[in-house]
Design a protein around this ligand. Structure first.
Ligand SMILES: NC(=O)c1ccc[n+]([C@@H]2O[C@H](COP(=O)([O-])OP(=O)(O)OC[C@H]3O[C@@H](n4cnc5c(N)ncnc54)[C@H](O)[C@@H]3O)[C@@H](O)[C@H]2O)c1
Length: 250
């Protein structure tokens, strides 16, 4: 492990639990200092992860809170090398036909899943541009490729994330900043497990439909993120890495 004045610094949004927490743990293993950003519980999660994690409560859909978080990270570490845009509304959503989605729910999903990514990217971009280096990984979903029914607001929001990655990669490429997407399939995160009782048929259906007839774990997603932030991925940008056990194939 390096000391915190020389180690690379990664921000992981939605890192208090689930896939984000697995990403945070993996990046710490890979010698990053990690800042966990979540609505609540980020300090506790950071404490569990040890001395190389710091928690900062913030709502990614609130530009002022994201700006304050970015300033706090820079004040402490003086650098931001990696941003993982993982925070998202998914596991709390009820499945509904597209014409029965409450407009407030649609707006909130877009505020968090789409605007939240935009706020985080625009707040860290000046630091990455100045450093002429940086890596952003946006967590989308394999549901975009599959077109999962009954979740139009969610699938549309993740489609936007996939598209944003491509534009951001082109706008930031000349500054040496890479931007990629990781698209998980149905993954046994904390949020999913909290409703596992209602999801057994979904879990079994997902296993059957995969080339690999197994459940996806948060660590499987973290492995793909860990690759994308490494220097050996230096020519990977604007790409989408799908981790779904071979349910969809491109
Ligand atoms: N689990 C899956 O099957 C699956 C599949 C594809 C994509 N994803 C995506 O992966 C990401 C993580 O999902 P998960 O399954 O680990 O979910 P989860 O519900 O277990 O965790 C999500 C975390 O994001 C945080 N969060 C939500 N809104 C936030 C906000 N406005 N500001 C800051 N933090 C916020 C939550 O508090 C929570 O800690 C999400 O973007 C989700 O859409 C999940």
């Amino acid at each position: 492990m390096q000391d915190r004045h020389t180690a690379r610094v990664a921000i992981v949004t939605g890192g208090a639990q689930g896939i984000g927490r697995a990403i945070a743990a993996r990046l710490i293993e890979d010698d990053f200092e990690v800042v966990i950003v979540d609505l609540k519980g980020s300090a506790d999660a950071a404490q569990d992860l040890g001395e190389h994690a710091l928690g900062h409560d913030a709502d990614v859909s609130d530009a002022e809170q994201v700006q304050a978080m970015t300033e706090a990270v820079l004040a402490r570490y003086g650098r931001i090398d990696v941003l993982i845009n993982n925070a998202g509304i998914y596991t709390s959503l009820a499945k509904r036909p597209f014409d029965q989605i409450p407009p407030n729910e649609w707006r909130r999903v877009f505020e968090v899943n789409v605007e939240g990514v935009w706020h985080c990217c625009r707040m860290v971009a000046p630091t990455m541009r100045e450093a002429k280096a940086g890596v952003i990984v946006n967590i989308a979903s394999a549901a975009v490729a599959k077109g999962n029914p009954m979740l139009l607001q969610y699938v549309a929001s993740k489609g936007a994330v996939l598209a944003m990655t491509r534009v951001l990669a082109r706008e930031l490429g000349e500054s040496g900043v890479r931007v990629n997407t990781v698209s998980p399939g149905f993954t046994l995160s904390d949020g999913v497990m909290a409703t596992a009782g209602q999801r057994e048929s979904q879990l079994a259906g997902s296993r059957d439909a995969r080339a690999m007839h197994e459940d996806l774990q948060p660590g499987d997603i973290a492995g793909a993120v860990a690759y994308l932030v490494r220097p050996e991925a230096r020519m990977m940008t604007g790409q989408n890495l799908t981790v779904d056990g071979g349910m969809t194939m491109n």
